[in-house]
Design a protein around this ligand. Structure first.
Ligand SMILES: Cc1cc2nc3c(=O)[nH]c(=O)nc-3n(C[C@H](O)[C@H](O)[C@H](O)COP(=O)(O)OP(=O)(O)OC[C@H]3O[C@@H](n4cnc5c(N)ncnc54)[C@H](O)[C@@H]3O)c2cc1C
Length: 560
């Protein structure tokens, strides 16, 4: 009898059930080291210049992999935030109440500087490898709970847009530099630290923000803003970057929750969205009633100003989706290694191994490519090639990683059978969480059009990047042909209509290139199955030899 069969991994607790014995149920995947168990993460961190941070990342991985952190993630989503529109006397409150677990997660993320590690205390870019180190932590945090990362990512990204208004940035940096989370609903001056949000999307348009009708009128040195936002997440942030129409056109503003005289500013929360996932995070419909705001950047240059922020949140969407994939994979692998069917571990059945290995290959590619992209952010200011990589690949990689996450989570869920489908397991939450990163911060088509626009605008930089990527992926099957196909698609008069195909080629080449710098054997498998060879529509529908499967599964999760 195979050794696996007599394992009795009961999770029924100390009290035995009177009617039957509970066995063949995997132990929970918790109290784990999220860094040490993830060989592809450790390798890509090293390859991207952050090897010296290994001990710091290991400590982060251990603390976020505890049962207590997973429980906080569960509680924060089980007990969704509630809107308190009025107080007992009928005065407007416009506050949102969160479960204590949400505050714990915010405390932990801010203590680890996920909201500010890439900035100096003055608001300049922190030296490399700050982006890579933070990205590795963000990726691990996303495996445990992603909802609270919304204000975290917006806070770190807002600094880039505030750079257009150095005086405002200078005034806020002491609060943004703090690593002590302060949830109090107080004016900024009275707080130890602050978080920042973003309001662009209105009822009539989210992608097309130029259709914004919210209006700003001058009021001395400041402005008064009247209108609405249809989605404004993390509404308990201390201030928001919002877009509104001023005299010279769409303009970016900083709108604090309190006016300078200490009164509550005119932000009226109408209701909170009842969302598919992302439940720990509140997303408000809000009206602005003559709300006080400061201009950020010139009038009429609102999109240009706020795009500095969006570039960073797009990177975080991709990192978080890679993290979701990683946790879905770890759960599936862990389950398959502890669950027996037909007298064999699930993980010993060839077809299940094919599915798991294919998931592992995608997850390994995702973490490799997002960390390589984070390195481009680290070096973009001083290196034109890295700047072009950042500009061209951020939308392509956001598109590929984020759009792949829902199908990935679904397949990983299926690996766990019925256990994966119920709320007690983390999988249901991961699955619900997966689609949002593809929708916000620019949906799939918008990302494709953005890649196209950037490639057309600077064709030389685009060609140089393609040469660089194909050089990095040199010798891998299908890469040259994919690059030629991509170039052909971009030259077509209907390039817009075929831009999904073009962007997919670009992203796959970038993934193969990133993998090749870490694990050539994984890169070869990726290129062979994604670029060169035929592959079916579902995970596992490919032809990979047993040695390749073994390699991928061992790298993905060592036995522990
Ligand atoms: C949970 C959640 C939280 C959010 N939080 C915030 C927030 O804090 N702040 C904020 O400002 N917004 C927020 N949003 C809004 C989000 O950014 C928008 O929903 C998103 O940008 C899409 O805009 P839209 O909903 O108006 O869709 P639309 O702009 O109507 O787009 C619909 C579809 O059309 C596609 N499309 C658009 N243009 C083209 C084109 N030219 N060619 C082909 N296809 C196209 C898009 O890709 C998309 O798939 C949030 C959304 C969600 C779901």
């Amino acid at each position: 009898m195979p050794s696996g069969l007599d394992a009795r991994e009961a999770s029924a607790g100390p009290e035995p059930l009177s009617t039957h014995e509970v066995f063949n149920q995997p132990p929970p995947f918790e109290d784990v080291d999220l860094f040490a168990l993830d060989a592809p993460l450790g390798e890509t961190v090293k390859a991207n210049g952050a090897g010296a941070a290994a001990a710091e990342l290991a400590a982060f991985g251990r603390s976020w992999g505890t049962a207590a952190m997973f429980e906080r993630g569960r509680l924060a989503n089980r007990h969704a935030p509630e809107l308190a529109t009025f107080d007992a006397r009928g005065f407007r409150r416009d506050t949102v109440e969160f479960h204590p677990a949400y505050h714990d997660l915010m405390t932990a993320s801010m203590a680890a500087s996920l909201h500010n590690a890439t900035w100096t205390k003055e608001g300049a870019r922190a030296p490399a490898p700050a982006e890579v180190v933070r990205a590795a932590k963000f990726y691990m945090a996303a495996q445990v709970e992603t909802g609270h990362l919304c204000p975290i990512t917006m806070t770190r990204a807002a600094v880039a847009a505030l750079g257009a208004e150095p005086a405002v940035l200078g005034a806020l940096m002491p609060k943004l530099s703090s690593t002590t989370y302060d949830p109090a609903f107080w004016p900024i001056g009275a707080k130890r630290s602050i978080t920042l949000g973003m309001g662009m999307t209105e009822k009539q348009g989210g992608t097309d923000v130029r259709a914004n009708t919210t209006a700003a009128r001058r009021d001395g040195a400041a402005y008064r803003i009247t209108g609405h936002k249809w989605f404004m997440s993390a509404p308990m942030c201390d201030a928001f970057l919002v877009l509104a129409q001023a005299g010279a056109g769409l303009t970016c503003f900083l709108m604090p929750r309190f006016a300078p005289d200490g009164s509550v500013n005119g932000l009226r929360f109408q209701r909170l969205k009842d969302k598919l996932g992302n439940r720990s995070n509140a997303s408000a419909e809000v009206e602005f009633a003559e709300a006080y705001a400061l201009r950020v950047g010139e009038e009429g240059r609102g999109v240009r100003t706020i795009i500095e922020m969006v570039q960073l949140t797009r990177l975080d969407c991709a990192i978080a989706s890679a993290g979701l994939m990683r946790m879905a994979l770890a759960q599936a692998l862990h389950h398959a290694r502890h669950r027996s069917v037909f007298q064999k571990r699930l993980s010993d059945h060839p077809l299940m191994r094919a599915v798991l290995a294919d998931l592992a290959l995608t997850a390994e590619g995702a973490v490799a490519v997002v960390m390589r992209l984070a390195r481009a952010f680290d070096h973009a200011a001083a290196d034109r090639g890295e700047a072009a990589r950042m500009r061209l690949l951020t939308p392509a990689i956001k598109c590929w990683v984020c759009k792949g996450a829902p199908a990935f989570a679904y397949e990983a869920m299926e690996c766990m059978g019925g256990n994966g489908y119920v709320e007690d397991s983390l999988m249901a939450r991961l699955y619900r969480e997966a689609p949002v990163n593809a929708i916000w911060e620019g949906s799939g088509n918008v990302m494709c059009l953005d890649v196209l626009r950037a490639m057309m605008k600077d064709a030389d930089a685009a060609q140089a990047l393609l040469r660089e990527l194909t050089g990095e992926a040199h010798g891998l099957p299908g890469v040259e042909a994919a690059a030629a196909r991509l170039a052909g698609l971009l030259r077509r008069p209907d390039a817009e209509a075929v831009s999904r195909l073009a962007v997919e080629h670009l992203a796959l080449i970038a993934v193969a290139a990133a993998l090749n710098g870490i694990s050539p054997a994984s890169a070869e498998l990726f290129a062979r199955t994604r670029l060169a060879g035929p592959r079916g529509a579902s995970f596992g529908a490919q032809d990979v030899e047993a040695a390749g499967v073994e390699l991928l599964l061992t790298r993905a999760l060592p036995s522990f």
